[in-house]
Design a protein around this ligand. Structure first.
Ligand SMILES: [Zn+2]
Length: 511
C-alpha cells in the first residue's frame, strides 16, 4: 500500500494586521520532500503518521511540511507557493492509495478564507474519489463544509494543551487504513453548539468530556469523535464550536453528535477560560503575599497570534508594588540586542515591551541589569506540546523582578525559558507567562496558583469587544445560546453528494 503525507500548519488571528510571511514559516519550520528527515518535535502529527505507516509496512512518499507560529493572515503569494509545492509533491507521488495531511484548520490567507478546504478540495481533484483522504486537525480549527467534502476523515487532537498529537495521528492512519480496507466510506455528523470560546481539557469538567469522546469512539460503527473548538480570534463565517462524529450510518452519527453536543452545552460555561482584568489579578497577588502565583497573560499569547510584548498585566503588577516577578517571555528584539551588546553584568535603562503592535501598551522604562545571556532555550525542553527554538535570550533583572526577553515571538511553553538564563522559575513569587493554556503541561507540578488575565489586545478574551464582521449569528456570547443544530454530510468520495439538513432532535437525510 502506498501513502502520501504532507502538511501546512498555522493558526490565523484575523485581528492581527501584520501578515504571516515566508520568513515566519522558515522561522517555524519548512521541511521539503527532498530533505532526509522531519523533526518530530516540530511536526509531531506528521511524524506520528510516518511512524504508523512504517509500522504497518506501507510505502510512504513524503511531501512538504511547513509550520509558522500563529499570526495575521498568510501572504497570498506565500500560501499559493506552499500549496502548489504540496500538490506538486503529491502529483509526483502518484499513484497512491491514501493521502494524509497534517493541517491546523484555521489558516486564512489574504484572499483565501478557507485554506484547508481549498487544499483538501485540490487534493481530491488530483487523486479522484477512490483514494482515501484524511487530515489531522488542531481542535482550534474552523471546521468548514468544504473541508468535510474533501476528506473521508478529519480527526482532531482531543487535549488542550495539545499533548496527544502523535497519538491522534497514529489513530488517523488506522482509521483511514480501515476505510480503505473495508471500502465503507464513513459519514460525517456535525453538532453545531452555537457558541465560541476556549476550553482547556486539563481540569474538570472538560477532562470528563474528553473521556466521553473516547468512550463514544468505542461504540459500534463510530470511527472518530472530535470537539472542534474553533479559534475564537478567527473572524470566519463558519466559526463556532462543533462536535464532529464519523459513523457508518448517518442516523447513528447524528445521535452521537446530538448526545455529545448537549453534554458539552451543559458544561461549557464552567469549562471556559475566565480571565480577570489586570488590576483585579494584581490586587489578588498583592493582597496574598504568602501565596505564589502564575499569571497566564492569555490575551498576549504568541500562540494565538498576539504580539507577545503587551505590558498591561506587568504594569498593573508593578503599579501595585508586587515584587519577585518573573516574566517569560517578552518578544523584544530591541532590548535583546541592547543586552547582548552590553554583555552580562552591565546596567542600563531598558524600555521593556510595548513596541510590536497597537495593542501592546506603552513600554515599561526601568533600570535593569543584564544578568545572563543564552543562545537558545534548549531544544529538548520546550514542554509536551513542542515548538520551534526561542532563539537568543537575555535575563534582565529589575527592581520588581526579572524579565526574559527574546528575539523571536514565542509562546511561554516551558520553564526552560527561565532555566536557560540561569533563573529558577520556582523561586519567583509571581510568574507572568505569555501563554493561554499550553504552559499548563510543563508547569503542572508548580505549587503556584494559576490566574488567567485578559487585556484589550488582538486576543481580547472579552469577545464582545472585538470587531467581528463575518461570524454568523446567533452565537453565544454575542447572543443567548441558540438551539443545537445537527446535520450530516458525506465526503465527495461518498458518491451520493451532500446529504444534510438540520433538525433539532432528528436528522433528516436526503440522498
Ligand atoms: Zn490549538
Amino acid at each position: 500500500m502506498r501513502l502520501f503525507v504532507g502538511g501546512i500548519r498555522t493558526e490565523t488571528n484575523t485581528f492581527v494586521s501584520r501578515k504571516t510571511s515566508l520568513t515566519d514559516f522558515q522561522a517555524g519550520d519548512v521541511t521539503r520532500a527532498s530533505e532526509p528527515s522531519v523533526d518530530a518535535g516540530l511536526h509531531p502529527g506528521y511524524a506520528g503518521i510516518l511512524q504508523a505507516a512504517d509500522a504497518a509496512g506501507w510505502d510512504v512518499s513524503r511531501g512538504i511540511v511547513a509550520y509558522a507560529v500563529p499570526g495575521g493572515p498568510v501572504e497570498q503569494a506565500v500560501y499559493d507557493a506552499l500549496r502548489s509545492e504540496l500538490l506538486e509533491d503529491l502529483r509526483r507521488a502518484l499513484p497512491v492509495d491514501m493521502v494524509l495531511l497534517d493541517l491546523h484548520g484555521a489558516m486564512v490567507a489574504e484572499e483565501a478564507f478557507d485554506c484547508e478546504g481549498n487544499i483538501l478540495d485540490a487534493v481530491r481533484q488530483i487523486v479522484g474519489s477512490e483514494v482515501v483522504v484524511g487530515a489531522l486537525l488542531d481542535p482550534h480549527a474552523v471546521l468548514t463544509r468544504k473541508m468535510l467534502a474533501g476528506a473521508d476523515i478529519l480527526h482532531a487532537y482531543k487535549e488542550y494543551p495539545h499533548t496527544d498529537v502523535m497519538e491522534r495521528a497514529v489513530e488517523l492512519f488506522s482509521l483511514c487504513a480501515e476505510v480503505l480496507e473495508t471500502g465503507q466510506r464513513p459519514v460525517a455528523a456535525v453538532a453545531e453548539c452555537g457558541l465560541i470560546g476556549g476550553f482547556p481539557t486539563v481540569d474538570q469538567p472538560m477532562a470528563s468530556f474528553v473521556s466521553w469522546m473516547k468512550e463514544a469512539e468505542r461504540r459500534r460503527a463510530i470511527y472518530s469523535v472530535s470537539l472542534i473548538q474553533s479559534f475564537p480570534w478567527c473572524d470566519h463565517a463558519e466559526a463556532g464550536v462543533k462536535l464532529l462524529v464519523y459513523a457508518d450510518d448517518p442516523m447513528e452519527g447524528c445521535a452521537v453528535a446530538e448526545e455529545g453536543g448537549e453534554r458539552f452545552r451543559a458544561l461549557f460555561e464552567a469549562a471556559g477560560l475566565r480571565a480577570l482584568a489586570p488590576d483585579e489579578a494584581a490586587r489578588i497577588v498583592r493582597d496574598n503575599p504568602d501565596q505564589r502565583y502564575i499569571l497566564a497573560d492569555v490575551s498576549d499569547n504568541p500562540g494565538g497570534g498576539a504580539s507577545g510584548d503587551a505590558t498591561h498585566v506587568l504594569r498593573a503588577l508593578v503599579e501595585k508594588g508586587v515584587n519577585g516577578i518573573g516574566v517569560g517571555i517578552f518578544f523584544d528584539p530591541g532590548s535583546l540586542e541592547t543586552a547582548w551588546q552590553l554583555g552580562e553584568g552591565a546596567e542600563s535603562f531598558f524600555a521593556l515591551g510595548g513596541k510590536q503592535s497597537a495593542f501592546s501598551g506603552a513600554p515599561i522604562v526601568i533600570l535593569g541589569r543584564v544578568s545572563a545571556l543564552a543562545d537558545d532555550d534548549g531544544s529538548d525542553a520546550r514542554g509536551a506540546v513542542g515548538g520551534p527554538s526561542s532563539g537568543p535570550l537575555a535575563l534582565i533583572e529589575t527592581a520588581f523582578g526579572a524579565v526574559v526577553v527574546s528575539r523571536e515571538r514565542r509562546q511561554a511553553l516551558s520553564p526552560s525559558f527561565f532555566t536557560a538564563v540561569g533563573a529558577d522559575p520556582r523561586g519567583f513569587r509571581c510568574i507572568l507567562l505569555k501563554s493561554s493554556a499550553h504552559f499548563r503541561a510543563a508547569f503542572a507540578d508548580f505549587e503556584h496558583t494559576i490566574l488567567e488575565v485578559g487585556s484589550p489586545t488582538a486576543m481580547n478574551t472579552n469577545l464582545a469587544e472585538m470587531p467581528f464582521a463575518r461570524i454568523r449569528r446567533p452565537l453565544w456570547p454575542f447572543d443567548p445560546l441558540p438551539p443545537l443544530k445537527i446535520w450530516a454530510c458525506e465526503s465527495v468520495s461518498g458518491a451520493k453528494g451532500a446529504l444534510s439538513r438540520i433538525a433539532n432532535g432528528g436528522a433528516q437525510i436526503k440522498n
